[in-house]
Design a binder for this molecule. Sequence first.
Ligand code: C2E
Ligand code: CA
Ligand code: CA
Length: 947
Amino acid sequence: MPIGRLTITGKFAIFMVLIGVVPLLTAGIVAYQSAKQALVEGALKEQLHILSGYQDNLVLIQEQIESLIANISGVEAITNALRKPRREVTNYEQLATEVQVGYILNGYLNIKGLVSIHVFGEEGAHYQVGDTLDSRLRPVIRDQIRLGALGAREWVHWTGITENINEHSTRHHVLVAAKALFTIDRESLERRLIGTLAVNYSIDQLAQLFEKDQRPGRVFLIDQNGRYIYHPRREWIGRKVDEHLAAYLQGAGGHEGLGAEMGDLYLTHRHIERSGWILVSGIPAEALLSGVRVIRNATIGIFTLALIFVVLVALYFSRSVVSPIRYVTQSFKRLKAGASDVARLRVTGQDEISHLAQWFNQFLDELQRRRASESALRLSEERYELAAKATNEGIWDFNREQHSFYFSPRFREIIGYRPQKGPPSLGTFYRMIYPEDRPLMKRRFREFLRSGRNFINIEHRMNRPDGSFVYVSNNCQAIRDDSGRVVRMAGSIQDITLQKEIENRLRHDASHDPLTGLYNRNWMIKRINRELEETRQVPERLFAVLFLDLDDFKQLNDTLGHSYGDLLLIEVARRIEAQVRPGDAIARLGGDEFIMLLPDIKSGDALHVVRRLVECIAEPYTLYHHEYATHGSIGVAFSSTGYANAEELLRDADTAMYRAKTLGKGRYEIFDNEMRQRLLRSTTMERGLSKALDAEELEMHYQPIRSLSSGHTVGFEALVRWNDSQHMTSPAVFIPLAEESNLIHPLGHWIFRQVLAQLKAWDDAFDLPQDFKVAVNVSPRQFADRALVEWMLLQLGEYALPASRLAIELTETAIFQDRIAVLSALTRLRDSGISIHLDDFGTGYSSLSYLGSFPISAIKIDRSFISAMRPGGRHERMVGSLITMARELDILVIAEGVEQARQFEYLRRKGCDFAQGFHIGRPEPAVRATGLLLGEFDADRLIGPEM
Ligand code: C2E
Ligand code: CA
Ligand code: CA
């Protein structure tokens, strides 16, 4: 917190602390620090002194051992025993030597702490005294000692803490002093290594040296390998020093060192030159600093007392000086907030504070008087306000003379008004009005003021502070002077946002499709009509209407359910929206049909949009995690073709769409004059066909189907013929026409009954073979009639014909158009014994793999395959393998359009079951077909409809 923001008491306290407490604290800290330094220095010197005492003792012990070694190595008997090569010694001699050497060594065993003495000959001899008699050597340790002795820089080599060379000894660790023994060859005067002398010294004995002492601190003895030779805790002896100490020792050069701090220890050390050992002493800081703690505690105590003193002085100052001042400022704040119960200050003495109190009390008296008179005035205003509050309407009041506004609290609440600087003016009011409605308000007000009327109601929007608006109904009342001039205006506003929203919603719903939010059919028709109207005035303005229909939408609805269909429609709507321009309009007609109106567009640009639409609809969809693909077919109609109304335009766009659909999926077509002609033609033809049905201009022809194995006629395909009064129309032309209109149903019925009658006649007249049948073509559209199958079966029964006499021919594409419905119809037909022929096989999906899942009895290989067959060519091979595969699936094969003997012969060789075509026989009237049967089968009776 910056100093400037502190209270006076705070500042005063800081001041006191600075002049009193800080110097005190500084003096305390300085005293503490210098005392501490002196203490530490003294203690460490003392430690060093102690260490030197230990050092002396250690050196004494070492010297004692070394002189022992000097003595032994001088004994000639021992060197002699070692010098002689072993192989030259007899067993007896050996034993004698051992006894002798043992005897000599025993004489040296009297030194305290000595564990054992070992002599190793280079030739393998070993003499030992002391410790346990049962000895077993550790060769590794022996070699280690030998090498140490050989490489020693000193006269004797001290190994530091070492494992006992005797594995059976109870002293597992010892200190070893070793010396290499040499002999001088008398003749060559060469020095030769003959053995090693090693003396083991007890570490326990050494420990006693340190444990006698009871001074504070700890002493450690560490060997040249960094292992404890002595540690106050016995179990640590032999262990490596910890890393802190190791680091300390690494840096500790010279003979001695002092004062390094390690953890809570103060360390000093001394080197023992002859063996490379180090004596370390550590005193705990705790013990060292107990003396200075008194100084520290005294400093803290004095500091605390001083602080308490400062606080007390600051409190007194605050009570007598700061409190009255604070009371005055707080009272002013409360007065400003409207408080009236501010108490007078007590006046004591004659100082500046008392003057302030007197002055403040006078001010309060004055204020009380003024307020009393004001409140009387306000009471009358409040009544008015209360009245305004009582209604739910917001009141405003404009005084034209003074140019001032009054807004009631409810008014302010409705529009979320925030008071501005200065009194509200006409400008303030104007700015409250929603920008889009300002011109309207201006106009209405101006009219009103001029009109001489006294009342007006305007519905408009007003701004809210959050940027939204509120709809209000504003009732304005004008008060005029004698000359009719408005002097004052007042009014009330009412929040009608909710009503407006409902109204807007209703208006929206009436023109929109609830699922996709696009416009609906009604709206679109009005919109197109408006567009047509404009085109009449500006003929060069061209517009386009697009009719889009999704492919296989019904199938999606049937298989995955309506919620998936809905999802797809919404997604399609979004994609269309993304493709069109801002001025374009999109509507959904219902189902999966969408309409787009592209106003003021050139045909090239329109087609560009259409192509983009086709592409974007074909992009894959994800519906509730299902991948789904579909296409849209689009029909386009341009205004240039000349239309009277929207319905005509929509009809043509629809026709073009239908044409696109029949040509394949995901395509578009433009409605043109040729299409119109075709439409015209087909409507006339449709009418003609309808008449033909009644006038019996239709006739059934029969084309024979022959077995390739037996050569017999096994049946006919029934083909319808239209012998128009002027010309003959091909079924390839009029069947699709009948399909487009509903004529296919009566026509289908007529054909079916016609065939059954003929079949019945033949069945009665001839002794036909079991599998003889007549095939009837059925258009997929006929299956839209769900009762068709039952009707067919009923007809069969009526003619008393076995179902096996009948085959139904259906194209591949037919099956796939309405897979589910057709599949169940076919299953029902086949289950009742009727054969199913898959017509025009190879022109559609051309896949045998799905055949297994359909109840198909035979496939009819399309004529185009047969006619394209060349010896050894691709088609011939294809037909061959089709036959093989069909046989695998237990499906019969009928070859269509067999026109040449060569084709016939090839099919027969390949094992094709049946053939049909001009080579065998053309479709001919029933009489001719009967003639054919006469030549082949025995006739029982010769009667029938055609005979
Ligand atoms: P489709 O079912 O494939 O009928 C076979 C067509 O091939 C027939 O033509 C037939 O005259 C012709 N054809 C047979 N053998 C040969 C040949 O060796 N060479 C050549 N070039 N043509 C041959 P059609 O009678 O003009 O019928 C055309 C299509 O009209 C039929 O194709 C069928 O889809 C439909 N159709 C005919 N009659 C009916 C019917 O009664 N009901 C329904 N729904 N459709 C029919
Ligand atoms: Ca056929
Ligand atoms: Ca066919």
